[in-house]
Design a protein around this ligand. Sequence first.
Ligand code: T1G
Length: 708
Amino acid sequence: MSELVEYTKHGEIAVVTINNPPVNALSPGVPEGIAQGIDRAAGDHGVRAVVVMGAGRTFVSGADIKEFDKMRAGGAQSSLSFPDLLNHIEACPKPVVMAIHGNALGGGLELAMAGHYRVAVASAQVGQPEVKLGIIPGAHGTQRLPRLAGVAKAVAMCWEGNLIPAAEAEKAGIVDRLIDGELLEGALGFAHEIAGKPPTKTRDRNERLGTPEENAPIFAAAREAARKKQRGMKAPLAAIDAVEAATTLPFEEGCRFERKLFMECLASEQSKALIHVFFGEREVGKVPGIPKDTAVMAVNRAAVVGAGTMGGGIAMVFANAGIPVALKEADQAALERGLANIRKNYGASVARGRFTQQFVDERMELIQPTLAYDGFADADMVVEAVFEGMELKKQVFAELDRVAKPGAILASNTSTLDIDEIATATRRPEFVVGTHFFSPANVMRLLEIVKGKKTSREVLATALQLSKRLKKIGVVVGNCRGFVGNRMFHPYVRESVFLVEEGASVEAVDQAMMDFGMAMGPLAVGDLAGLDVGWRIRKEYRHLEKPGIRQAFAGDRLCEMGRFGQKTGAGWYKYDEQRRPSPDPQVGEWVRQWAAEAGIRQREIAAEEIVSRCIYALVNEGARILEEGFASRAVDIDIIYINGYGFPAYRGGPMWYADAVGLKKVYDRIRQFEGQQGEIWEPAALLKELAQRGATFEEFSKEHQATA
Ligand code: T1G
């Protein structure tokens, strides 16, 4: 037997246990081991049925994603192909029972479906999440799942990629029995019941495949939903095609069709990008300079200052994680408003079926409103979320330093201000850190963890660990103006406004960026966030800009007219009562006039130029951030952009995208922009260097980490 798979006997039942920690991925050796176990059981006269299960925390979480590069190259994999293993299991003359705990994901569910029966504990989950990696099930998942679960359920699971709990899987017909209590014992009991009965192959179960008339509307609706919800992604549509093939082709042919689509998806840039994101989301938690064994502090109680949109959202985040949180406001009216907002947000979640009323009631109990600093002395961590102004923040931090217990972390939710300067207001700068949440804080996954000069390793490690508990992706960044996300966002938005000033319509700029895959266009984002925010910041920092450099002015002019965006009913767009946008032709007129006055010649601008200017503005600033060390690795920037700024995951993030385009090409185009626009487009030194030596940001990050 392979050492990754164990074989044991429990009376007349053989048990094949997969033991490939941490998640029992199907790495080379695992399929061989399972096949050996099945063969041994088949050949043993004393065995009447087989149970296959996973050791440790889970059944099988799918193919080994680390092997995908080799698979693309057609290189070394298991000596036994995974699809062949599945056919082999299905052909076993003795019934095979798949016993599921933890997850059966991707190839894990495909393995389970090749068995003759499936049992699961109630806490288990199953799914075909391949589309999230830009691929589709590659080992008959799209062919066996509709045979068990029916077409509608199968198609939804394959294109959405979501996991379903065991009870739902049982209802759908994927799981035959839920096991109460211990899995092995339950599975053995089940195996005894079915031992000796002739095994039914999933491939032969055609009764749930439906008729063309029944299926046509299911596939049409799935395609429409996939195009809308996973805009720009190829894999969901391929997954739907593959499930459809199950309803029109015999099993073997359907499998061949699925394989062809799988290989095409695997070779795609989208899949490479999404796999980069999968590993990236895990890599950002491993920060150079913060060893794994760094001591972390317990965070059992929290406190938040400021019950505005951000503060209220942050309090919800703590409460949702089960951490009691005190919430302070300056006066009763503001506190009431904040709590009302929290209740409204929770109400909406209950209405959408995301939370139960009971869950929400329990969360509200965890939020303790206060006008004084009640509850702050017990807090292990305090997050400040007051108005964005240095003097106010310093005053708040001086107070927090007095009321918080020694050793408590004092965090600021500032999105732009200098965390080191804030820390000077306290006697504990090593306990001061930035925790930049994104709005709405209870929804957005990103958390920028800003490291001050004196912030201790333990505090950073604690913030990183806490981010996981809060179901956020924490990324540690350095303390520069705007940190990583907003520092890059500034030139991105600047370009979008320049483009409008040069003659592109507001809608054309936003549409081009949406077509690229951004969740929203940059100008629509401005209207949502409030144009006055950037306007105030620009006014405050104008003195820091180099004189003579081109400044975007059209957005500021709109602000001068009182058009702050959605909240005032008008900005780049007009808004109705429900805040639905429509184009405002007046804006184009005004901009034309302002451009003429400023001597800017308006012209036709192609979508390609819009995208290149906006995205390369991000990339160029990202390169500077890397060069200056404010982000540790290119992937950190990618994860920030995908989770905080609506950058399409299937493009891997701005730095990955630039690597994919080729840095030489990006550099040359930036030089062109520099020729047209001047100094503002000066290429980052790092970009120049990498372009010249034919390297990528990814390679730079690896070299850099190796020497750090
Ligand atoms: N392959 C390789 N490594 C994996 C892995 C996998 N499938 N899944 C997880 N890991 C690593 C992960 O990188 C991390 O490593 C560690 O395991 C723990 O993961 C044939 C082609 C299983 C729900 O898409 O969704 O099957 O950082 O930190 O929060 O048709 O990982 O510790 O070094 O995420 O408990 C389909 C992907 C593959 C599942 C566990 N399967 N994984 O979550 O821990 S394609 C998936 C997950 C396929 C077939 C096709 C989650 C998890 P390290 P973790 P977790």
